[in-house]
Each structure stands twice: as structure tokens, then as C-alpha cells.
Design a protein around this ligand. Structure first.
Ligand code: AMP
Ligand code: MG
Length: 490
């Protein structure tokens, strides 16, 4: 491990609050140095937002920090404890290959976690090597930045370095470390850990910390823990509605992969749906479709029920009353989700106001899309561009009928054509990270060391609602070549 770096050079302004939680929540842990670190991707825009000096980070001393070979001064590296339901089964987990370097205070005064992913073993590694392979780390970089471009809350990717070391999976792969940032890495699983292995005081300490850090206005509420529960539910309901609206399939919605901050986290087997089908599953290990596209809202509710359980002793002294409060909060999740989803769908169709029968208009289109295997993103894009012929649905009687209903509906709202188009453009991406494009970028980077393909893809994904000429080729869907499969990012 090299000496501590002068934090001013890099712009680090650490203030580490997590280490003030009770000791069971973390273990002090330095990253394990690597052989020959090399920077392969740097997010200059994000660095600037964080108040970091990207040029300094891209230099030798900076790369040492991103590789875990040097610790910047002010950092307090820790691995965090958490538990989680993985495919329904509860286990002890924790940062098995992540290290939180510290919390950066940005120029705007925000507090942002800076973590290394793939930085070596920790006490929570169980059988794992604590490492990550280049492909999956680049994949996380691409998809998380695409989500940010879409305006969907997410952890961000600051940089990727290769380690000069091999990781052993089914084959030997290049090792890599991703620098990930987040409003906070507190997970539903962190609360489950406290409830299962800590005391009520530990749960309370975590809840108080979370409120102070993420939900400051909740502090003023009468029962702040009930409000915490409601806020987390609201955040997740809105987040999952956003996923559904863009056709994002997370793939591994275990409770340890659900943040309390409402940010999307853990880009393992995730992918975007092509043709509309609620049964869409990409993950090679999700045999029963537990985390299929159409199941995501229900799984969100299930996960939040697990979160609510951890808070029961804080919700009310009377256990029965506490359970009633929790049940009420969870049923509200489905309502908030529905409202967010319908409101988003209306916007996708260019509707400014709401009418009772909109439900049928929305569901009518989706059922046609499902029946005729229409591409989810491109159907909405075609409607936005008023290139109905591009939907591939023309001539289908149900669709013609649907178009008439929609025209009548648009007329009734009395908005101009321009207003409708601009609302639709803001809500229907012209480009998503198409699976074949992501694969193409990863193959060039990993097998040929050519990062140009990925850079171009990232550029296009930055402004998905721009409808530029360059985006057009990225919107093309290849002929279906069998089912796309993703693998967990280990
Ligand atoms: P994930 O599937 O990424 O959500 O990870 C589930 C759990 O496995 C977490 O506790 C991770 O830290 C841990 N984990 C995943 N990959 C590794 C690895 N290569 N070495 C150690 N722990 C790992
Ligand atoms: Mg995870």
C-alpha cells in the first residue's frame, strides 16, 4: 500500500459519517493492492459534479487510488455489513468485494459515497475472491450511465481501471475495479441485518442515521419511523415505475439490491426489453421468472414488506398496531406505484390530463404490442415521431381501432400538436442501451482493448431524449437471434 495521497490534489473532501454507526455495521478494511493498474474509463462530467479533479485522478497517483493501491487522505475505508433475501432466501451478506472509501462532500454540499467494487476480499467475502472482471464492470458503467441519462435515480460510475491481474471464473478474465458513487449504499438488507443480528437499538441507530442522511424533513414528523417507511416506499414505487416505463429489467431484485435512497443499484444481469412481453427475463439464473419484467412491481412490494418488518418495533409499542401501520404503508406502495406508472404512461402517449378510460387506452396498446411482439421502445418512438408505419402494426385491425380512440382522446384534451410531441419526446427515449450494442462495445473493449465503440455508445446514451440523427442507428433492432442471456456480474 502506497502512502496517503494529498487529498487537495484530487479534490477529495471526505466526511465519513457511516463509521459513527455502531460497530456491527462495518469493518475497517483497506483495498488489496493490485499488480498493474491501468485506467480504461473516466467519467469527467461526474468527477466535476463531485468536485473531483479528473485529470489528477487519471494520472499515476490518481489511478493508484482508483485501483486501491493508495488511500487518499481523509478516506476511512470500510466494508459494510448487510443481509438479504436472495431469490426469497435470507442470508448474511455484506460488502464482499466493495470498499467504501468515504463520503465525498460535493461543491453543492451533497454527501456522496465513493466505493471501489472489485477491490479485494473483506470479512464478508464468504467464498468469493473479492474481485471483478472487466466485462461486467464496463457493463455496469454503461447501463448505470444510461439510466442516469434517462433521468432515473441510480448509483453512478466514476471510473474503471484494469488491475493487470486475472480473475478466475469459468475461464481466466481480466480483473477490473469500478468506482461507484451513490447518495448512500444503505440497503433494505442493511436494515434486515440490523434486525436479524443486532439489537433494537441498532435498528434505531440505523433508522436515525438514515433519516439524518437521506430524509432530513422526516425528523420533524411526529412518528418519524412511520414517515421513514412511507418515504422509502414512495421512492421505490416511483423508481420501479420509471423502470417499467422504459422497459428496464433489473434481473436480481434481492432485498440486498434495493436501496433505501431509491437509487437503482447492482447492475448484474439487468437488460432492456426489446419486444413488449411482461414475462421477459434475461438472467441465466432466474429460472422461474421471479424477477421478470412484469413481476418487478410486486417484488418491490414484497421487498418493502421485508423492510417494514425490520421497523416494526419502532412503528408502535403495541405490536398489533405496528403491524397495521406496516400493512397500510405497503398497500399504499401499490397505489403510489400505479399512480406513477399511469401518469408516466399518459405522458408517453402525449396526454396532459387524465380521463377515467385512459386505463383501457394504455392497456389496449400494451396488449396489442404483446400479441404482435412489437418493440417496446420503438413503438413509442414511432408514435412520438408520428411515423405510424414504423410501429409495424399498421393494418392490424385492433391497432387501427386503437389509433382512432387515441386521436379522439387527443382531440378532447385540446392541446396543440407541438405540445403533444414535446411531451412525448420528453418521455419516450429515442435510444436505450440495446443488448447487441452493449455486447458489441464490451467485446471491442475486452477482447481488442478498443474502447472507442463504448465511448460512442456512452455519448449517444447521455441524452436519450434528444432525437438526434446519430441516435437513429442505435435505435435499430436486429433480427431476433434467439433469447438474450445475461449473467451475474461476478
Ligand atoms: P451481488 O450478486 O452482486 O448482489 O452480490 C451478492 C453478495 O455476494 C454480496 O455480498 C457481494 O459482496 C458478494 N459477492 C459477489 N461477488 C463476489 C466476489 N467475487 N467476491 C466476494 N464476494 C462477492
Ligand atoms: Mg448486490
Amino acid at each position: 500500500m502506497k502512502g496517503v495521497q494529498n487529498m487537495r490534489d484530487f479534490g477529495f473532501e471526505f466526511n465519513n459519517s457511516y463509521t459513527e454507526l455502531p460497530k456491527i455495521f462495518y469493518t475497517k478494511q483497506n483495498p488489496t493492492p493490485v499488480n498493474l493498474p491501468k485506467l480504461v474509463v473516466m467519467n469527467y462530467t461526474l468527477a466535476r459534479e463531485l468536485g473531483l479533479n479528473a485529470d489528477a485522478l487519471a494520472d499515476e497517483a490518481g489511478i493508484d487510488i482508483l485501483a486501491g493501491n493508495a488511500i487518499p487522505s481523509g478516506a476511512k475505508p470500510i466494508a459494510k455489513a448487510y443481509g438479504g433475501h436472495q431469490f426469497g432466501h435470507f442470508t448474511m451478506l455484506g460488502d464482499g468485494r466493495n470498499i467504501l472509501l468515504g463520503e465525498q462532500i460535493t461543491p453543492k454540499g451533497e454527501r456522496i459515497d465513493i466505493e471501489l467494487k472489485g477491490s479485494g476480499r473483506t470479512p464478508y467475502s464468504r467464498g468469493g475472491d473479492g474481485r471483478a472482471a472487466l466485462g461486467p464492470m464496463l457493463r455496469e458503467y454503461i447501463i448505470s450511465e444510461a439510466m442516469a441519462g434517462l433521468g432515473i435515480p441510480t448509483t453512478r460510475s466514476l471510473a474503471v481501471v484494469t488491475t493487470g491481474e486475472k480473475v478466475v471464473r469459468d475461464e481466466y478474465l481480466q480483473g477490473a475495479i469500478l468506482t461507484r458513487t451513490a447518495l448512500s449504499h444503505i440497503r433494505v438488507g442493511t436494515f434486515q441485518f440490523a434486525a436479524a443480528w443486532g439489537t433494537i437499538d441498532d435498528v434505531k441507530a440505523l433508522a436515525d442515521y438514515t433519516i439524518d442522511r437521506l430524509f432530513k424533513n422526516v425528523n420533524k414528523c411526529e412518528n418519524k419511523y412511520v414517515h421513514l417507511l412511507n418515504e422509502v416506499i414512495k421512492g421505490q414505487a416511483n423508481l420501479i415505475a420509471r423502470w417499467q416505463l422504459v422497459g428496464f429489467v433489473h434481473g436480481v431484485m434481492n432485498t440486498d439490491n434495493m436501496t433505501i435512497s431509491g437509487e437503482t443499484i447492482d447492475y448484474g444481469p439487468c437488460a432492456f426489453m426489446d419486444n413488449y412481453d411482461p414475462a421477459t427475463v434475461f438472467s441465466s439464473i432466474d429460472n422461474h421468472g421471479r424477477y421478470a419484467y412484469g413481476n418487478q412491481p410486486n417484488i418491490g412490494g414484497w421487498n418493502l414488506a421485508r423492510f417494514a418488518e425490520t421497523l416494526l418495533p419502532l412503528l408502535d409499542d403495541n405490536q398489533e398496531k405496528a403491524i397495521e401501520i406496516a400493512k397500510g404503508a405497503i398497500s399504499n406502495y401499490y397505489k403510489v406505484f400505479e399512480d406513477a406508472w399511469y401518469s408516466g404512461m399518459r405522458k408517453k402517449l402525449g396526454l396532459f390530463n387524465s380521463e377515467e378510460k385512459d386505463k383501457y387506452l394504455i392497456e389496449g396498446l400494451l396488449s396489442i404490442m404483446k400479441k404482435y411482439k412489437a418493440d417496446y421502445t420503438n413503438t413509442f418512438m414511432a408514435l412520438t415521431k408520428e411515423k405510424i408505419e414504423d410501429t409495424g402494426l399498421i393494418g392490424i385491425e385492433d391497432f387501427d381501432l386503437w389509433l382512432n380512440l387515441r386521436s379522439e382522446r387527443l382531440e378532447r384534451q385540446g392541446k396543440s400538436k407541438e405540445e403533444v410531441t414535446s411531451l412525448m419526446r420528453e418521455n419516450n427515449p429515442a435510444v436505450i442501451p440495446r443488448n447487441h450494442r452493449v455486447e458489441e462495445a464490451l467485446t471491442a473493449a475486452v477482447t481488442e482493448g478498443d474502447f472507442g465503440v463504448m465511448d460512442r455508445l456512452l455519448e449517444v446514451l447521455k441524452r436519450p431524449y434528444a432525437y438526434t440523427k446519430e441516435q437513429e442507428e442505435y435505435a435499430l433492432v436486429p433480427e431476433l437471434q434467439g433469447r438474450y442471456r445475461t449473467f451475474c456480474g461476478t
